[in-house]
Unconditional design. Structure first.
Length: 217
């Protein structure tokens, strides 16, 4: 795709393309980081090519394209305790008309990845652009502290495995507050997994941020 080629209709809505003001569409198309956009109702209205490249490399395709096409509400694409955080934060961006930044983790079972997210509202506040830039990529530092995927240890009295939505560690069923790195369940999420936030991730990334979450119970 050249810098001036129009993206296909599966990646951009006409309303978003028409609403762009300070950004050229070619700039978003050529951005190496994954970019998506939301309309004023927080529905997905644009993806750049890097969005799909990242999904494919991380075994997310073709599921990402099938499950979250243009027009999908953001609430349907984010689950667990982070849903409220991002919905509140993005709503505030559109209301204030000011950019917002946030750091988050998106690691695999062997690689630690941290991303820096920049959110830009359009001048008319009819949409916002979210650019995700890779900040850290390295072998996962807890790889030597791995735990086996032992359901007897981690599946709780409700039949659920509780995973931190941010760092993806697993909470011990009999020792609440103890979270372990279980790489097998990072690579492939087990059935009946619930999501929460471990205390360090909650305090560092979310406690005092916009869209503050109540402390997980």
């Amino acid at each position: 795709m050249t810098a001036h080629a129009e993206p296909p209709s599966t990646r951009v809505t006409p309303a978003f393309a028409a609403a762009l003001d300070k950004f050229a569409l070619a700039t978003l198309e050529n951005e190496p980081g994954a970019v998506y956009a939301l309309d004023r109702d927080l529905r997905l209205c644009y993806f750049n090519p890097a969005w799909f490249r990242f999904a494919e490399v991380n075994r997310g395709e073709p599921g990402i394209s099938t499950r979250f096409p243009l027009g999908t509400p953001l609430a349907a694409a984010i689950s667990g305790p982070l849903q409220m955080f991002y919905l509140a934060s993005y709503t505030q961006v559109l209301q204030d008309g000011t950019p917002w930044q946030h750091d988050y983790e998106c690691s695999s079972d062997t690689v630690l990845r941290r991303f820096h997210q920049r959110c830009y509202p359009l001048a008319n506040r009819q949409a916002m652009i979210i650019i995700n830039s890779l900040a850290v990529e390295q072998p996962h530092p807890v790889a030597a502290e791995t735990h086996a995927a032992d359901e007897a240890c981690y599946r709780n009295q409700h039949g659920l495995i509780v995973q931190c939505s941010h760092c993806r560690r697993i909470e011990r069923a009999a020792q609440p507050g103890h979270w372990d790195w279980v790489p097998a369940w990072v690579a492939v999420q087990p059935p009946h997994t619930s999501h929460s936030l471990c205390p360090p991730c909650y305090d560092y990334y979310y406690r005092f941020r916009r869209g503050t979450l109540p402390r997980p119970q």
